[in-house]
Write a protein that binds this ligand. Structure first.
Ligand code: ZN
Length: 288
């Protein structure tokens, strides 16, 4: 790789995904602490925001000097009845309206796995595509991009039947065939979910060529991993060559921030907020 990696030491390209702090404090506290710790961006979750004054939260984020790359995340789409499917789409539509009020650049979609009580994986994937088409239309109307986030295949049963970057890009190509220079539909690429994939490098290049990389999430894969959901590692503590993936993402033309997203019930979420933020910044500067 000839192009040097961008400098993450000064924090302006570092984003905090609020899940990293374990959702223990009000969003206003988290926004202020994130800005104080020198991050340039913050990606909040719906659980931090819904039920509050969404526009005021958006203003507070901007006033703190932070950008908001991605609002997390969609309600799962696959359902066994058409009524339930429509309700999930509607719920996501409301969240996208909130994303617009927040000033979020994109709405991050974790699409859901096989519908409860079903074994129809392909049917779930068809519903995801159908639902994404409807949400893309709404995103365009309110000015919010839709970012499909493929998840590691260990989640295909419950959290996501979208499991590779190529699979997400195929949906983008089908639903948004003539996207122009700044597509409304793209992908969020998370190291944790794609590091193992032998087609990853080519898929990242493909995503970049189509200008569809809308987010880049980082954390690490611990060995052993003790919990499928809540035992993610801080950058540098596991087996992912994160700088190698970042090099691919940046060579593909991605200019947005790197976003730390660590779900860690028994380790990081037990630690003090300021310690977590400080160590995130250190690891961004040294091993990301
Ligand atoms: Zn992610």
């Amino acid at each position: 790789m000839t192009k040097p990696l961008r400098d993450l030491a000064d924090g302006s390209l570092c984003c905090l995904n609020t899940a990293t702090l374990g959702h223990r404090e009000p969003i206003d506290t988290v926004i202020d602490a994130t800005a104080r710790a020198g991050f340039g961006a913050i990606s909040p979750w719906r659980r931090d925001v819904e039920g509050h004054d969404v526009a005021a939260i958006g203003r507070r984020i901007r006033d703190a000097g932070l950008v908001l790359p991605g609002y997390c995340r969609s309600t799962y789409l696959p359902a066994t009845t058409s009524e339930a499917f429509r309700a999930q789409v509607e719920d996501n539509r409301r969240a996208i309206t909130d994303a617009a009020a927040l000033g979020a650049q994109s709405f991050v979609m974790v699409v859901g796995g096989v519908a409860e009580g079903s074994k129809d994986l392909e049917g779930a994937r068809r519903q995801v595509e159908e639902g994404t088409a409807l949400l893309l239309e709404h995103g365009r109307a309110v000015g919010v991009r839709i970012a499909l986030e493929p998840l590691h295949p260990m989640y295909a049963g419950d959290r996501s039947c979208l499991n590779t970057i190529d699979q997400a890009l195929d949906i983008c190509d089908r639903l948004d065939a003539d996207p122009g220079p700044d597509p409304w539909l793209g992908v969020a690429i998370d190291c944790y979910h794609c590091w193992w994939d032998p087609t990853r490098s080519a898929a990242i290049a493909r995503a970049g060529a189509a200008r569809r990389i809308q987010g880049f999430h980082v954390c690490d894969w611990l060995v052993p991993t003790k919990d499928m959901l809540l035992d993610r590692g801080m950058m540098g503590d596991g087996v992912i060559d994160i700088p190698a993936i970042r090099a691919e993402i940046e060579a593909a033309g991605y200019e947005g921030p790197a976003e730390v997203e660590v779900f860690s019930a028994n380790d990081w979420w037990q630690r003090d907020r300021e310690e977590i933020l400080r160590i995130c910044r250190e690891r961004f500067a040294t091993v990301t």
